[in-house]
Design a protein around this ligand. Structure first.
Ligand code: GLP
Length: 244
């Protein structure tokens, strides 16, 4: 779906999410959301916070699972995705704090495998992800699943490409401070979501959007693997759609 800009696209995405949350509320069910970070979903979170404050949208029945987190990084570090999510969304809505789940970037390395397996299990026990929000990296990554990530991959520790570290360096004092590793949900974790929406805005995303939507399904462009999902929508602005 192509919109004039990020604000319009985000409003559409927020309305879809709100509809799902309210539909689940009317059935007394939880709504399990997979959430993303980066600059792209900021306008989505602005709109969701507005809907909470002005339209009474409640998040009491929402259980959230974030896609990824840098490793190692303290939860309270400004650059952590934990901190980002609280700043942009959780601190401004009525979500129950015990329903918030993010990969933990603070654990010792020997505990990561167990933590990742538990994260997968928690998603399953919550009933699976009803709607997963995604952004996209310039190299086609989703979450932090870098090119080459297997379609069968689950939540795990991954090496970040230097291009990814460079793209995200603006959040850190300099590139050497950007962690070399991250914990990310896997491609199979993402593809198990019942519904997926991927957001992309601006000129830097046009080439990778074209490759993901019209190119071959290939692990070398992780977002192209979404072509195999039965309910996935790309929500983009005109500029990000310009190579289609
Ligand atoms: C980051 C995140 C991704 C995000 C992507 C794009 O590295 N791990 O989840 O989609 O890169 O970031 P941005 O939205 O800032 O372009």
């Amino acid at each position: 779906k192509i919109f004039d800009g990020a604000v319009e696209g985000s409003k559409f995405a927020a309305a879809e999410i709100a509809r799902l949350i309210r539909d689940k509320q009317s059935k007394n069910e939880n709504c399990v959301l997979g959430l993303a970070t980066g600059s792209t979903p900021k306008s989505l979170y602005v709109e969701l916070v507005r809907m909470h404050k002005e339209e009474g949208l409640s998040f009491k029945n929402v259980i959230s699972f974030n896609l990824d987190e840098y490793y190692p990084l303290e939860k309270d570090a400004w650059q952590s995705y934990n901190n980002y999510m609280h700043r942009h969304l959780f601190d401004h809505i009525d979500i129950d704090k015990k329903n918030i789940n993010l990969p933990n970037g603070e654990l010792p390395k020997e505990e990561i495998k167990k933590h990742c397996a538990e994260y997968e299990k928690k998603i399953e026990e919550a009933g699976g992800i009803d709607l997963q929000v995604l952004g996209i990296g310039n190299n086609g990554h989703i979450g932090f699943n870098e090119p080459g990530s297997s379609i069968y991959s689950k939540t795990r520790l991954i090496n970040l490409e230097n291009s990814t570290r460079l793209a995200n360096a603006y959040e850190f004092a300099n590139i050497s401070e950007v962690p070399r590793l991250a914990i990310t949900m896997g491609i199979s974790t993402i593809l198990k979501a019942k519904r997926i929406i991927l957001l992309a805005w601006g000129p830097s995303k046009s080439e990778v959007i074209q490759r993901s939507v019209e190119g071959a399904v290939s692990e070398s462009v992780p977002a192209s693997l979404l072509q195999q999902h039965s309910d996935c929508t790309f929500i983009v602005d005109h500029v990000a759609a310009s190579d289609l």
